[in-house]
Design a protein around this ligand. Sequence first.
Ligand code: SAH
Length: 268
Amino acid sequence: MSFAALDSLDWPVFEPGTVWLVGAGPGAPGLLSLLGYRGLLEADVVVYDALVSDALLALANPAAERIYAGKRGGKPSPKQADISLRLVELAEAGKRVLRLKGGDPFIFGRGAEEALALVARGIRFRIVPGISAGVGGLAYAGIPVTHRDTNQAVVFLTGHDESGGIPAAVDWAAVANAAPIIVMYMAVKHLRSIADKLMAAGRAPADRVAVVCNAALPDQYVVDGTLGDIARIEPMLKAPAIVVVGAVGGLRQDLDWYVGALRENGLG
Ligand code: SAH
């Protein structure tokens, strides 16, 4: 197999002094977009997050400087303002800056904050979307985010806000009733209180919950439960994890293709 044919495509030019905000996808390197891959080959510097896999970073131009801008091993995370400033400084120094973020940069990824900081300094940028954990990560567990028999709508929710607590601005009654399926990012820490709030707002304790930990990674595993029994499943959960409330979680009984396939073929 060769990627040579890709060279004939009309790729956008990665100009010095610009920033590409690239979504890395949820884990498996194969889920990076072709444009993201192209950017990695051309970047002078890659500024990457904690959730970006080493295998993906290894695809970058060997000469590219790699700068870590995430939280790992319990160290305090750099402030968002400092990361944005770093991007600005690198671009102003004439580098091709590739900001590599887990999943999609515009879904709970602070991509917009970073892009706005670039706009404020007149720095040109490009957004390269990625496969979000709440869609592609669930797909790796055989969970479709919509299915005609179960839901016509879906809610994406973050499990905590700036303060580290449950997001304060959320209207729980509205969230609970807006859609049969609720997909939650960053929700492990406060899962029990979130479940309580959803039940207080009318969701049934028997509502299915599926939690996909390390989605699209070799150590992916899924924990099944209900809104009413979070206390039982809580000890089994490990971040990063994506939580889905609602009936689509049950489809994985038939659709769970990844775990077996991974062992046999090394897919991903
Ligand atoms: N921009 C990212 C989300 C960043 S917030 C995206 O679009 O996916 C970080 C949260 O994303 C994690 O707390 C977790 O809820 C989810 N997440 C990211 N990667 C994941 C993975 N491989 N498996 C499970 N959840 C993941």
